[in-house]
Design a protein around this ligand. Structure first.
Ligand code: PLP
Length: 375
């Protein structure tokens, strides 16, 4: 209980300390976002809470203050000696492979990766790297995919070493399927033996321990550098962390600035992140328990079917019989449930598991979805 005599800011200061849970009043269940999908009002309200709690010091061009604090937190969470804030994951991946490659400009990547598909060939155009896409259609890059390319690059008429292997897991373009951990270990051991550097695009890395049984530090340890998104699972307005050794991070902020990536004030982007990063893995595990319960209710009704990927992480699929799925999505929205648009070929809804599932009891959520079938 808060006393009505205290001004709002003082009550908030008691309620929220650095890294403590934020007061979240929304009841919307958002089955599309990686995190809470905060709208501008919700974001501004929570920003006010952290600022009132005195938890935020301004940074200076993305250095120090709240940014320095977040860098230290993520270095610790990932088990790396150092970390740097970057305003986008796109730039974090680019800066990482650029620095790790040095003069060995061939970079092996998954054909399905963000770095290969969704970065406008930025690493090629802006940093002169040659990205070689491997294992099309697959979430897992295997040692058997990598080894022939390393040997071919080394043994060519013009010797041209592979400098970096960059791996994304979970893989967004494969519905967040996980790369096989055993293959990651094999590739890492081989790359280290060959003097090849390793980068991990772990935009959503913190979802993986629940599914693979491996802590985030076990993933990070296999790579020289790791990127994690601050806005997907941790409710930042944007931003990314790039972590690695002291030598890897040392002076890297000059390159961040060169690419126009030093925001004069980055703190409003990431002010909520610390509170959510500290609790994400617990909330995510509880959200999956709620999702399992929800699926139990829906399948028991005989009107919904659920499909999971064998190597999946945060996504499963729902299908409905006897009603246009678009109508269901529209009606569910009116009941406070945000469903993705159904797949045009299969009619399946991709369902993203996130902590908004904890905002309603699973039985109530199931009731609203079942009601959405009929009107
Ligand atoms: C796997 C992966 N890597 C990198 C990025 C890029 O992140 P940003 O949008 O912050 O540039 C994304 C964004 O969707 C992503 O899904």
């Amino acid at each position: 209980m808060t006393t009505p005599l205290l001004p709002a800011t003082a009550t908030a200061a008691h309620a929220t300390a650095p890294g403590k849970p934020l007061h979240d009043t929304s009841r919307r269940v958002d089955l599309v976002s990686d995190g809470l999908g905060l709208d501008p009002h919700e974001y501004a309200t929570q920003l006010q809470q952290v600022v009132d709690a005195g938890a935020i010091d301004a940074d200076n061009y993305s250095c120090g203050g709240a940014i320095g604090r977040l860098e230290a937190l993520f270095a610790k969470l990932l088990g790396k000696p150092a970390a740097m804030y970057v305003p986008t994951g796109t730039l974090a991946n680019h800066l990482a492979v650029r620095r790790l490659a040095g003069d060995d400009r061939r970079v092996l990547v998954q054909a399905e990766s963000h770095l290969y598909n969704d970065s406008g060939d930025g690493a090629q155009a802006l940093s002169g790297l040659n990205l070689v896409p491997l294992a099309p259609g697959q979430a897992t890059l295997r040692l058997a995919d990598v080894q022939p390319w390393v040997e071919r690059s080394r043994g060519g008429r013009v010797r041209n070493e592979v400098g970096v292997i960059a791996i994304e897991t979970p893989v967004r373009r494969r519905d967040h399927a996980m790369a096989d951990f055993g293959e990651l270990e094999r590739i890492s051991a081989y790359a280290r033996e060959q003097g090849i550097r390793l980068h991990l695009d772990g935009a959503r890395l913190f979802t993986l321990p629940l599914h693979s049984g491996r802590p985030v530090t076990a993933y990070a340890a296999l790579f020289d550098s790791v990127y994690v998104s601050l806005w997907k699972n941790f409710n930042g307005a944007g931003g990314a962390i790039l972590a690695g050794s002291e030598a890897f991070i040392d002076g890297l902020f000059h390159q961040r600035r060169m690419f126009g990536g030093a925001l004069p004030s980055a703190w409003p982007q990431v002010a909520l992140v610390e509170a959510y990063a500290n609790r994400f893995e617990d909330d995510y595990a509880r959200a999956w328990r709620a999702a399992d319960e929800l699926v139990g209710h829906l399948e028991a009704s005989g009107r919904f079917r659920a499909r999971r990927l064998p190597d999946g992480s945060s996504r499963f699929f729902l299908s409905v019989a006897g009603v246009a799925p678009e109508l269901v999505a529209e009606r569910a929205r009116g009941r406070g449930i945000v469903l993705a648009w159904p797949h045009p070929d299969t009619g399946e809804f991709p369902v993203q598991v996130n902590p908004t599932l904890l905002r309603l009891p699973p039985a109530e959520l199931a009731r609203r979805l079942l009601d959405s079938l009929d009107g």
